[in-house]
Design a protein. Structure first.
Length: 326
């Protein structure tokens, strides 16, 4: 896959396959080590592992996988067996990309599980709640139009979205008032899913920003499957280009690459002549903000960052690409 800003990268479907392969190997190890405590038969385990290796997986597989590891480490084998049975069931249900409303009827226990995992370090964010039918329809239309915009402006990013995400959830926080407690969130622990707070992304141009932003996180997670891009200790915190609070270098690196990709995409969108006139001022302001964020982030990375060779190469490609295009 050739990304105009980041250069030649593994195809998005191969990145998804790499995450599945890593999950498959880990589950095989778990089953071997704890087989005496687990109820799943060897035949069912083999089928589960084969399914994970062969097909795109429901995000609930990954969410349950992480909870399974925690349960086994805490000797909660009753809970572990229930989770393993659910993983085995989900694994046999091949998935395709879709935009869906965050609803209990669809999600079942994942309705509470996903926010518990996503916001484990930020419990003040609260819960994810369902949009109304009207809100859901509008958000679905915005996301669909945003996808078409991205397909026309930068097909490589469209390919990433379709192949790295299974579910794009439209949801809300549970806070009163207009202030959003989060904008969007994507996590390796719920691989294949991304979550858009419709309080923060109300218009089509904002939905475009959301999709480019969040798929960049997913791309970086995929590129990290064989080793970290950032080598700084997680205990060290620095100023971030997109947040007021201090953050670990890994978070700063992600935010900086996000800023670069949004700057690059928005410049192309503006130059394409397809940007609606009513959105031009907003997109131009967002582009300037993202470019400042990239510059600020690179200053922190240059001073404090300890990057892997790939991590450094990606950052330098962004720096060079944005400088040439300016």
């Amino acid at each position: 896959m050739t990304c105009p800003l980041l250069g030649e990268l593994p195809p998005a479907h191969e990145l998804d396959a790499a995450i599945r392969s890593k999950t498959q190997r880990s589950l095989a190890y778990v089953f071997r080590q704890a087989a005496g405590y687990l109820d799943l038969t060897s035949e069912a385990a083999e089928a589960m592992l084969s399914n994970i290796g062969r097909n795109r997986q429901h995000p609930g597989v990954y969410a349950r996988y992480f909870e399974l590891i925690f349960a086994i480490n805490q000797n909660r084998f009753g809970n572990a067996n229930r989770l393993l049975a659910e993983i085995a069931e989900f694994s046999g249900q091949p998935q395709e990309f879709q935009i869906v409303a965050y609803e209990r009827e669809l999600l079942g226990e994942d309705f509470e599980r996903y926010p518990r995992i996503l916001f484990a370090e930020s419990p003040e964010v609260g819960l994810l709640v369902s949009p109304t039918a009207t809100e859901s329809a509008r958000a679905h239309d915005n996301m669909t139009l945003a996808l078409e915009t991205i397909r026309r402006v930068d097909p490589s990013i469209y390919d990433e979205i379709i192949n790295l995400f299974v579910h794009v959830f439209v949801t809300k926080d549970d806070k009163e008032g207009t202030g959003a407690s989060f904008g969007g969130v994507t996590s390796l622990m719920v691989w294949g899913a991304t979550f858009a707070n419709i309080k923060a992304y109300k218009e089509r141009w904002e939905a475009v920003q959301f999709l480019v932003h969040e798929v960049t996180h997913a791309l970086l997670f995929g590129l990290s499957s064989d080793g970290p891009l950032v080598l700084n200790p997680a205990s060290e915190n620095y100023s971030s280009p997109l947040r007021t609070q201090l953050r670990p270098m890994d978070g700063i690196y992600h935010a900086t690459i996000v800023c670069a990709r949004l700057t690059d995409f928005n410049r192309k969108w503006i130059a394409s002549g397809t940007l609606p006139a009513e959105d031009r001022d907003n997109v131009e302001r967002e582009t300037e903000k993202m470019m400042r964020g990239f510059s600020d982030g690179m200053s922190v990375i240059d001073e404090h960052g300890i990057l892997s060779p790939m991590g450094r190469e990606l950052a330098e490609r962004c720096r060079g690409g944005l400088a040439v295009a300016a």
